[in-house]
Write a protein that binds this ligand. Structure first.
Ligand SMILES: O=C(O)C1=C[C@@H](OP(=O)(O)O)[C@@H](O)[C@H](O)C1
Ligand SMILES: C=C(OP(=O)(O)O)C(=O)O
Length: 666
């Protein structure tokens, strides 16, 4: 996950590949709660691992429910209708699918067996309404207190109290369907007799009720329904574990990739695995809206294949009441259409992770779009002149994911603009690896992918600076020195003479080198430590002076220029490999300072070293690097010079980040 203040996406031009969706949030949290309340053990496969499921899992543990995790399989020991802890204080983040169902289940348990539970969340959760559920629970006889503001969490649920199950439970359905879902999942706990739930007002987000009913069915509870108005939980209903259960891929998350395919899968379709025509989730119907806009979509039972169909997309008017979450994706797709699009039935956007109508309108306008909004609709005009924009995400995962699609702007207008996503880690709510997955599918022109070059002499601190910058910006890192050290190491292993250009160059060309998690691998072998040896460093300097070796490694280095960007550290990054890089830094420090740093490093590693000897080696190496005929070490003409002799690492990083910020159009 990119846990950084912002993530810059370069302009993108195509998409290709296969994505496997994470588990559905809605299904995961329903199954977790039902499994905890049921009789028997449930093995859940493909459970979503994200903030929303984490708060549910932690709450269940606090309530005394036992579960274990093995990869994406979680095994829950069902409690048979009553959790062990009669008192608990639960934190539910911003997960509506945890707050609402747990409130109903614990309110009923407190009423029946006695108890005292508090349910709280992040500040936004305390602004998301829950009055309709509170009213319904109070109508049943539960004791529910709103601890801050009437109609909002945090809640306190206490008991015992007597329940009135002989008259229908009434619940409003026009603010959120989750209130009805919560009651349907909880009432089997007390269904000694038929329990009837009646919905008041027009029920929104109906397909989520279908998910609830289908999963209750898997747990042995067959709710009888009368349209969308009346639901009966038959007397004697009890949740019973189905044993094993599989969570299908998240259909709302599929919407970003359906849009990506519709915009940018130009030759062959993007393959989206985990949901398809067999899906339980209504959000798979987002495909109908995308198809109406012109996407070419094929549904398989458990996969979607999407490519560009009509282009530009067609502006649509669409009632989104059944697909509130995926509908946000349509608002960004609308920028690529041939005429305006209007999305209606989205009043619930106002009470979700943020006021999504206001947030969407504000951020689309930053890109240059003309947007109108009403209480429950939004109208978006297509965009031709895109502006680079820094998109605020309002701690709303869907804002971050939707606006990643705006980086495809070269396909929808003139020019090419980068897009900044603020607080990209907000995707953790439902899709922590969203951006990594997205980057694995998209393609950019190399020239559009930013590179920051950090060149300089040995022991100037390039590697540390490059790593810190890459970390701060979410960029890839290329330690080009490692390529030379790996060549020297491999040549030494093979018993070659390091000056034998004809023998060493072919070895360099076929180096199976990989950087992963701060480690360097040659084939399957982790050579990180081996490459740090002084002898290998000296050998690197020798092989780096051979023009044929440098040429062999050139193409390899260009391949590291990948979305979203690269920090390249070396000696000729700015002069020879990435001459068009938008920021080049030449990092120096006095030879005495560098010798001291190297000395400290070696002592720290337990290697004895002599500072005078190190200084002499450094000076000899500087001279060789500066005077070699192939790419001698010198600053690029447009490089910024940074002497870090008297700077801390943080100060150097801040300086380069400040230079970088000056270059950015935001
Ligand atoms: O029941 C569910 O799993 C959900 C129902 C929908 O909420 P509303 O019913 O409040 O629209 C949806 O937006 C939410 O992300 C998940
Ligand atoms: C509305 C959403 O979440 P929640 O389950 O918290 O309601 C969402 O995921 O878009």
């Amino acid at each position: 996950m990119f846990n950084i203040p912002f993530l810059d996406l370069p302009p993108l031009r195509a998409a290709l590949g296969t994505v496997t969706l994470p588990g559905s949030k809605s299904i995961s949290n329903r199954i977790l709660l039902m499994a905890a309340l049921a009789e028997g053990r449930t093995e859940i496969h493909g459970l979503l691992a994200a903030d929303d499921t984490q708060v549910m899992l932690e709450s269940l543990r606090t309530l005394g429910v036992q579960w274990t995790r093995d990869g994406d399989t979680v095994t829950v020991d069902g409690m048979g209708g009553r959790v062990p802890q009669a008192q608990a204080d639960l934190f539910l983040g911003n997960a509506g699918t945890a707050m609402r169902p747990l409130a109903a289940a614990l309110a009923l348990m407190a009423a029946r067996y006695g108890g005292d539970y508090q349910l709280r969340g992040v500040p936004r959760m305390h602004e998301r309404p829950i009055r309709d559920l509170v009213d319904a629970l109070r109508g049943l006889g539960c004791q529910v207190d709103c601890l801050a503001q009437a109609g909002y969490p945090p809640l306190r649920l206490t008991g015992p109290s007597s329940l009135h199950l002989d008259t229908p439970v009434r619940v409003r359905g026009d603010v959120s369907s989750q209130f009805l879902t919560a009651l349907l999942m909880a009432l089997p706990l007390v269904a000694q007799r038929d329990v009837v739930v009646e919905v008041e007002g027009e029920l929104i987000s109906k397909p989520y009720i279908d998910i609830t009913l289908a999963l209750l069915g898997r747990f042995g509870v067959r709710v009888q329904r009368d349209g969308w108005q009346r639901f009966t939980i038959p007397a004697g209903s009890r949740l019973q574990s189905p044993g094993r259960i599989h969570v299908e891929g998240d259909a709302s998350a599929a919407s970003y990739f359906i849009a990506l395919g519709a915009l940018a899968a130009l030759g062959e379709p993007l393959r989206i695995e985990g949901v398809g025509s067999d899906a339980l989730q209504g959000d798979v119907r987002f495909a109908d809206a995308a198809a109406a806009m012109g996407a070419d979509i094929r549904l398989e039972p458990n996969a979607l294949l999407v490519q560009r169909g009509r282009w530009p997309l067609r502006g649509i008017e669409w009632d989104c009441i059944a697909i509130p979450d995926a509908a946000m994706t349509l608002a960004v797709m609308a920028l690529f259409a041939d005429g305006p699009s209007k999305l209606t039935g989205i009043g619930s956007w106002r009470v979700k992770e943020t006021d999504r109508i206001a947030a969407m309108a504000t951020e689309l306008r930053k890109l240059g779009a003309t947007v109108d909004e009403g209480p429950d609709w939004i109208r978006v005009e297509p965009l031709r002149e895109w502006r680079p924009a820094s998109i605020r995400t309002y701690d709303d995962h869907r804002m971050a994911m939707c606006f990643s699609l705006a980086a495809l702007n070269p396909l929808g207008g003139h020019g090419a603009a980068p897009v900044r996503i603020e607080d990209p880690a907000c995707v953790a709510k439902t899709y922590p690896d969203y951006f990594e997955t997205f980057f694995g599918l998209v393609q950019a022109d190399a020239a559009d992918v930013p590179v920051i070059c950090i060149d300089g002499p040995t022991a100037s601190g390039k590697g540390t600076l490059a790593d810190e910058l890459a970390q701060a910006l979410g960029f890839w890192v290329l330690d080009s020195g490692a390529l030379y050290r790996a060549t020297a190491w491999a040549a030494l292993q093979a018993g070659l003479d390091l000056n034998d250009e004809a023998a060493v160059a072919p070895l360099a060309a076929t180096l199976p080198l990989r950087f992963a998690g701060g480690q360097v691998y040659l084939g399957e072998e982790n050579v990180t430590e081996a490459l740090r040896q002084e002898a290998v460093g000296l050998g690197a300097s020798t092989v780096a002076a051979l023009p044929a070796v440098r040429q062999a490694l050139h193409a390899l280095q260009l391949g590291f220029r990948r979305v979203p960007g690269l920090v390249a550290d070396g000696r000729d990054m700015g002069t020879a490999i990435f001459p068009d890089a938008p920021l080049k830094v030449f990092l120096t420090a006095s030879a005495a300072q560098r010798a001291q740093r190297r000395h400290k490093q070696l002592i720290f590693k337990g290697v004895s070293a002599n500072i005078e000897g190190l200084l002499a080696d450094l000076e000899a190496r500087d001279l060789r690097d500066k005077t070699r005929s192939a790419s001698p070490l010198k600053p690029a003409q447009d490089a910024r010079l940074l002497d870090n002799s008297d700077l801390t690492i943080e100060a150097s990083v801040d300086q380069v980040l400040a230079w970088w910020a000056d270059q950015r159009p935001f």
